[in-house]
Write a protein that binds this ligand. Structure first.
Ligand code: AMP
Length: 552
């Protein structure tokens, strides 16, 4: 057989010519804004020419600080296709983490949405590698001045002006190695610094095909992509939509349930992708305010476990199948998809037991279960161990730029075991390859699809002079999935209150990371080796044995 490289430019060319009349719809305050894929193709060429003009060459990185919109999609296609590497920055991280990630990634050019330009200007002084800022949409003079202020910033450009007048065709290089990096994402650090993963053209290409096939995406689909383009490779949706010729509906910053319901109704959305919190809020909205969602056949949910009650309510009240999937940033990200075997009657107990599992390993992803003693465990649906995975879209290493400490290098290496990625997720596999997670190896708190590091919270609380010890665990929360519970030991005689402790944290952590639930305790329970015993705290909470104060 002939061997042509598997490149993002092939996906771009296919989607924007053979499916040129499909469209990307971007939600705005004035309603939908439309661009055909043919227009996206022309603008991708113009953006690539403009980036070359700013000096982007070789495998230079180009960062984005953007919502999900047509211009972000254009960057997703243009930057890798020209041979450069796209680095979508997670706009929701705490500033220190954004700075770490942006600097580690090493981009010299960044594209920023106008609605995010203000906050980004505040970070720019600490990002000396950035020379050019491209602003998508109008901004006032003060913002432009703030973006231009740091001495290392050579130019601040308006996106539309910069690309207008550029040629609408680009000779995408065909001699790129398919194993070259096309893009990268950083995991949210649980302890220490976030870790960078580089996807290749080949890995993205193969992942898009498998994801589209497994999720059953068709060219008549209209896909509502709520999962941010900066999170876990956007679950592959930009590329799989282009490959399938499906239309994309991008919510931009309108992520609340009411506008999402409106998008589904008016744009006749047929499928979507997002974390459980997003669909949970949508469900509540549908049940109170209502909307015509009859065009929607499925919503993919992942990032944290999908609540079974939510899955059933969508199916039974709205005829929408919630497709539960599991993956990781390190896995591009899709590893499993929970589509019950064809023999199961819809709605039967067996059907729900499959549908609510994390899902069946997808074609291309191999898994093995490793017990605490290192032994390989059987796929019997009962034996529980840590899942290790390998496959063509699973990272073989983390990004390094020489600034990492020996400890970080060792920590990164420890994530791999003779060519397999250790997921840190613990569960069982059935004979037909269904993963059921029972626990996480780490104690990270997943709140609304975002990580909260329990260790970061503990450290911040323990920085208070009146605090002796603090331990933070995730506890179930109806709205956010999980929220932190802080258990704190105070110095003898101290009268500091939970409110005061929370105020103390306010300038160290993002607001959404601050715990509402506090318990003042006499001593943090410890394991035999002196570590905080979080299991004990969780069970005390579950049993109602902790005196918890919940702040509003
Ligand atoms: P991220 O890299 O941010 O996507 O986080 C990956 C981690 O999220 C996994 O290692 C799991 O711990 C968790 N996760 C992702 N999907 C699911 C799911 N469907 N059910 C439970 N946990 C999940």
């Amino acid at each position: 057989m002939q061997r042509t490289p598997l490149l993002i430019s092939s996906i771009l060319r296919f989607g924007t010519t053979l499916h040129g009349d499909q469209e990307v719809v971007t939600w705005t305050a004035e309603g939908p804004r439309r661009a055909s894929y043919a227009e996206v193709g022309r603008q991708a060429a113009q953006l690539a020419h403009a980036l070359r003009g700013l000096g982007v060459s070789g495998d230079d990185r180009v960062a984005t600080f953007m919502w999900n919109n047509a211009e972000h999609l254009t960057a997703y296609l243009a930057v890798p296709s020209m041979g450069a590497v796209l680095h979508a920055l997670n706009i929701r991280l705490f500033p220190e983490q954004i700075l770490y990630i942006a600097d580690h990634g090493g981009s010299s050019v960044v594209i920023v949405d106008n609605t995010l330009a203000g906050p980004f200007a505040g970070l720019l002084a600490h990002l000396p590698k950035i020379r050019h800022v491209i602003v998508n949409g109008p901004v006032d003079e003060a913002t432009t001045a703030a973006l231009s202020a740091p001495a290392h910033v050579v130019g601040v450009h308006d996106y539309a002006t910069l690309i207008s007048g550029q040629p609408t065709e680009y000779a995408w290089p065909e001699d790129l190695d398919e194993d070259c990096a096309s893009s990268m994402c950083y995991t949210s650090g649980t302890t220490g610094n976030p870790k960078g993963v580089s996807y290749s053209h080949r890995s993205n290409y193969l992942h898009a095909l498998t994801a589209a096939m497994t999720l059953g995406i068709r060219q008549d689909d209209r896909l509502l992509v709520v999962v941010p383009l900066f999170h876990a490779n956007a679950w592959g949706f930009p590329y799989l939509a282009m490959a399938a010729g499906a239309t994309l509906v991008m919510p931009d910053r309108f992520l609340q349930a009411a506008p999402l319901a409106q998008m589904i109704e008016t744009e006749k959305v047929s499928a979507g992708a997002g974390v459980p919190t997003v669909w949970n809020e949508l469900l509540r909205h549908l049940e109170t305010a209502g909307a015509d969602v009859s065009t929607c056949r499925q919503l993919v949910v992942g990032g944290s476990a999908a609540p079974p009650a939510m899955m059933r309510a969508f199916q039974e009240h709205h005829g929408i199948t919630i497709v539960h999937a599991w993956g990781m940033t390190e896995m591009s990200p899709i590893g499993t998809v929970a589509i019950p075997p064809a023999r199961c009657d819809e709605g039967s107990d067996e059907y729900w037991s499959y549908a609510t599992a994390q899902g069946r390993l997808v074609m291309g992803v191999e898994g093995r279960l490793v017990g605490p003693d290192g032994s390989k465990l059987p796929w019997d649906g009962e034996s529980v161990g840590e899942l290790e995975v390998r496959g063509p879209w699973i990272t073989a290493s983390y990004n390094r730029n020489g600034t990492e400490s020996d400890g970080e290098v060792a920590e990164m290496a420890a994530k791999f075991s003779d060519g397999w990625l250790r997921t840190g997720d613990v569960g069982s596999l059935s004979a037909d390859g269904f993963l059921r997670l029972t626990d996480r190896a780490k104690d990270v708190i997943k709140s609304g699809g975002e990580w909260i590091s329990s260790v970061d919270l503990e450290n911040a609380i323990m920085a208070h002079p009146e605090v002796v010890e603090a331990s933070v665990v995730g506890v179930p929360d109806d709205r956010w999935g999980e929220r932190p519970l802080a258990s704190v030991v105070l110095r003898a005689g101290s009268s500091v209150t939970p409110e005061q402790l929370r105020d103390f944290l306010a300038d160290r952590l993002a607001r959404w990371q601050l715990p509402e639930r506090w318990a003042i305790i006499d001593e943090v329970p410890k394991t035999s080796v002196g570590k905080f015993d979080k299991k004990v705290l969780r069970s005390r909470y579950a049993d109602g044995d902790l005196d918890v104060q919940t702040l509003s």
